[in-house]
Design a protein around this ligand. Structure first.
Ligand SMILES: Nc1ncnc2c1ncn2[C@@H]1O[C@H](COP(=O)(O)OP(=O)(O)OP(=O)(O)O)[C@@H](O)[C@H]1O
Ligand SMILES: [Mg+2]
Length: 332
């Protein structure tokens, strides 16, 4: 019996690029997720970090079974998510929930918060019979730090941070085991971000939740993450514990991302080395041969164009997909 609540192996999701009047001709594929493997342990937070378009949301969609994968497997508590049907799939729809980035567009403006938070009970009446729903919704409002008396208000009557709390309450309604947080604080002011992150941390302890926590920026996930996976163009390039990734990064891309994290201490800021990445992220339709990061990498050599580096442990006790992985402290 393993302690992994989710196991993902060689997961691939390609979207066809179609052209023509009726979009019938396929001219290529967006390799949104291109061979990703990882485990999520029960009760842990796995941070997933990478630039826009690297495949983070696509990965979340496949895990939620909102998109079928092109190939690969994903299991939840040992059962294949992608093969689930009927009652098993209904149960999965309770056990894994998602919190989305934009609290402005993800809540239906014509529904009261009571209806928004209680909607999952309509689909899963076994969790809360009709007579007890209003009470449950009030409890959920309280759990996420909102006033239960505001149950009949509409989303526009709440601030951005409060709306995200509504989204979180809704995700909690069915007592899930895993919550996929897809950039839940990216649209919020920095001061509000910390409050929502703290709430998510408290809820994790209270309800024994496991999180896949997606973000653009390494600084956002540090506090909450037990482990962090760094993605680049559909692949994971480095995976390690919070300490391994932040204190002993070995992949040049991770090192570059870390060097861009704002440092509040001016002493440290003056001494650290800033790595500037050249160029843009290449197209996921036609990624570079060999190592996908090589076109922006200052370490790239001939082998990087011909041989794809595997995500294996070379140095520093954690896996890194770089032929020249080397421990380097970025922030002194
Ligand atoms: N339904 C779709 N059809 C075609 N291409 C898609 C689809 N969804 C995503 N893509 C493409 O797949 C790639 C990965 O997108 P994805 O949304 O997963 O990235 P992301 O890491 O979540 O980015 P962001 O940080 O901007 O949210 C992008 O090139 C995107 O344009
Ligand atoms: Mg996204």
């Amino acid at each position: 019996m393993t302690d992994n609540i989710i196991e993902v192996r060689d997961l691939v999701k390609h979207f066809p690029v179609r052209v023509g009047v009726l979009f019938k001709r396929t001219v290529g594929h967006v390799r949104a997720v291109d061979g990703v493997s990882f485990d999520l342990k029960r009760g842990e937070t796995l941070g997933v970090v990478g630039e826009s378009g690297c495949g983070k949301s696509t990965l979340a969609q496949v895990l939620m079974r909102l998109e079928p994968p092109t190939s690969g497997t994903a299991t939840f508590e040992g059962r294949d998510i992608l093969k689930m049907k009927g009652g098993e799939l209904r149960k999965l729809r309770r056990d894994i929930q998602i919190v989305l980035q934009d609290p402005y567009t993800s809540l239906n403006p014509r529904m009261t918060v009571g209806d928004i938070i209680g909607e999952p009970f309509e689909i899963h009446p076994e969790v809360a019979p009709k007579a007890s729903r209003a009470k449950k919704v009030r409890e959920l409002l309280d759990v996420v730090g909102l006033n239960p008396e505001h149950i009949n208000r509409y989303p526009h009557q709440f601030s951005g941070g409060q709306r995200q709390r509504i989204g979180i309450a809704r995700a909690l309604a069915l007592r899930p085991k895993v919550i996929v947080c897809d950039e839940p604080v990216s649209a919020l002011d920095v001061s509000i971000q910390a409050q929502v992150m703290n709430l998510l941390g408290d809820l994790q302890t209270e309800f024994g939740l496991s999180y896949v926590f997606i973000a653009h920026d390494l600084s956002v996930v540090r506090h909450l993450s037990d482990r962090v996976a760094v993605m680049y163009l559909g692949k994971m390039v480095e995976v390690g514990t919070e300490e391994e990734i932040y204190e002993h990064p070995t992949h040049p891309y991770t090192q570059a991302l870390l060097s861009a994290v704002p440092v509040p201490d001016p002493e440290l800021r003056d001494h650290r080395q800033v790595i500037r990445l050249e160029g843009d992220v290449p197209s996921p339709v036609d990624p570079p041969s060999g190592c996908r990061f090589r076109t922006r990498c200052w370490k790239a050599q001939d082998i990087c164009a011909t041989e794809e580096p595997k995500l294996v442990t070379r140095v520093a006790n954690h896996p890194s997909a770089c032929h020249f992985a080397e421990e380097k402290s970025v922030v002194p």
